[in-house]
Design a protein around this ligand. Structure first.
Ligand code: ZN
Length: 197
């Protein structure tokens, strides 16, 4: 069923709308005009700021140029280069005793040291040779630790001392390479092609 419109109601709505519009239009017009004047004023001031000449001492220009160049250089370094290479974030594997040793760091200390096979990258297992702990008191046969690969059968060099001594000697060598800077050569040699500078 079509809705019938009430003539009196329509009249009241039209009157109220007309009154509101006539009251609002001058206020809106004034606001728009004020906003336009303010905007134009800002544009003119900005343009004057850019085009006017100022008596600036040479040292101000020089310092400004130096600061701008430094900022541009820092931005270029940050955007165009990888994070700085340090032994702590990059030196985590190296070759010693015919094995590839991998490790991590915890508060600067070497942790999780483990040898891997150079042929097939399997974890190497160790075997201690020589007298056991009780017999070492009177038996002075040299103790040795042998690393070998269960996967491919490769046998690496025999290391001096028991397992604990052998691992500690590798840790000492890692720390020596960190101190002398020799670690950088190892990191460079394992970088993927194209990333070397
Ligand atoms: Zn192997």
């Amino acid at each position: 069923m079509a809705k019938r419109e009430h003539p009196l109601l329509n009249g009241i709505i039209a009157a109220v709308a007309t009154a509101a519009a006539s009251a609002l239009i001058p206020a809106v017009r004034e606001w728009v005009s004020t906003a336009a004047i303010a905007t134009w004023s800002v544009i003119r001031s900005g343009w004057a700021l850019l085009t006017d000449s100022y008596p600036v001492p040479g040292w101000v220009i020089l310092i400004t140029l130096v600061l701008a160049c430094r900022a541009a250089f820092m931005l270029y370094r940050r955007l165009g280069h990888a994070p700085e290479v340090t032994w702590e974030n990059s030196y985590r594997e190296d070759r010693m005793h015919s094995a590839l040793w991998r490790w991590g760091y915890a508060a600067g200390d070497i942790v999780g040291l483990q040898p891997f096979c150079l042929q097939c990258d399997a974890e190497l297992v160790y075997e201690e040779q020589g007298p056991d702990v009780r017999r070492r008191l009177w038996d002075d046969t040299p103790i040795a630790t042998i690393l070998h690969c269960e996967t491919c059968g490769a046998r690496s060099t025999t290391m001096q001392g028991d397992r604990r001594y052998a691992w500690a000697s590798v840790e000492r060598e890692i720390r020596r390479r960190i101190r002398t800077g020799a670690w950088r050569q190892q990191v460079r040699s394992t970088e993927p092609l194209g990333s070397q500078t």
